[in-house]
Design a protein around this ligand. Sequence first.
Ligand code: F0G
Length: 454
Amino acid sequence: MKTIIEPFRIKSVEPIRLTSRPERERLAREAGYNLFGLHSDDVLIDLLTDSGTGAMSSLQWAAVMKGDESYAGSPSFFRFEAAVQNLMPFKHIIPTHQGRAAEAILFSIFGGKGKRIPSNTHFDTTRGNIEASGAIGDDLVIAEGKDPQSLHPFKGNMDLARLEAYLTEHHESVPLVMITITNNAGGGQPVSLANIRAVADLAHRFGKPFLIDGCRFAENAWFIKTREEGQADRSIPEIVRDCFSVADGMTMSAKKDAFGNIGGWLALNDDDLAEEARGHLIRTEGFPTYGGLAGRDLDALAQGLVEIVDEDYLRYRIRTHQYIVERLDAMGVPVVKPAGGHAVFIDARAWLSHIPPLEYPGQALAVALYEIAGVRSCEIGTAMFGRQPDGSEKPAAMDLVRLAFPRRTYTQSHADYIVEAFEELAATKDDLRGYRIVKEPKLMRHFTCRFEKL
Ligand code: F0G
């Protein structure tokens, strides 16, 4: 059989409320055309993020009942620790309430004024934690990673020549080298095993620890298995172990590739650093055997880590985005290619070329998609990144719209509905108008600013 089906059946359903187009137009207007301002029960298909929005399995819900809420030494922690170490052979596993808490602890140790931290592309919260410590984050992804049309199989790879030059130039000020798998900010694009090993070698040659931001490690491993020479016959857990065995530590948001609604961890091999990290953990998150989590969450994650490396799941997962990208591409919608591991990215600046970047073509597309079909996506462009530290505004590098897919949550007919929404949009897109911002906060404006239609 050629059809790749959802490899699960549905035991518990969560109804979505069907809304009409006039109702959605009113709701969008009332929210100041900012989709973060919508109530989620007014959204039909919510593709705002793949983080914490996945469906837990029946075995994960059963594991929730096994959760032991002891303050110290809970068996839930030891089950969680063993599940992590089965895939990521680090000595110290430090649970946190989500990924950014692990980052905050990491950079309170390694950050500070005058420091510089390279990665392929830092995620916003990683960059935020680096900058809050006074340090600078630098993105050294390969050139193909910034070209929406390049078909390079590993567009998340680090540019090794640039990294070597960077480590030579900034040797004294670099406390560690990072890499993000998959490269979320660059379109959910994967990093090859060869590149991970080469980055680890370079970091170690310069005497620097190498850490992986592993949020979407299983999706990344699937791309390694299916695209990298010599990997096709290896199991996903084997590939995952290879990726992490060359690293000195990792940060993790368990809201992605651990099937959690909440959770994260920091892992380290070095005993002294782990002791320091646990000191921060106790001050800000909780005792080292629960971090910022309940025992039941730890048990759900332990089971989630078993399920996420299942090949039938990963084949279906990656195919969903490929299917939508193929259909949109055939319709002439400019999409980031190849499809990413967790999301479909539309190049709104190219598609709505009549709307100048400072009138937010990405926002125009995201709002239209909600008004027409009730689908909530996220602008990743000038509304998000346009405001400069000196108060001026300039176009972001790209105006993209991200459709991020919650894990195991939507079905094939939802995917077809999304494609149909783009067919309708294609017929009317030239009538879409841009926006102006009428109210914005000083920081991270895209979450709360209000827009007006031009
Ligand atoms: N690193 C990456 C690559 C991420 O994508 C995220 C979160 C984090 C770290 C932070 O983890 O949310 O658990 O604190 N990404 C979400 C997203 C929010 O929508 O892409 P967190």
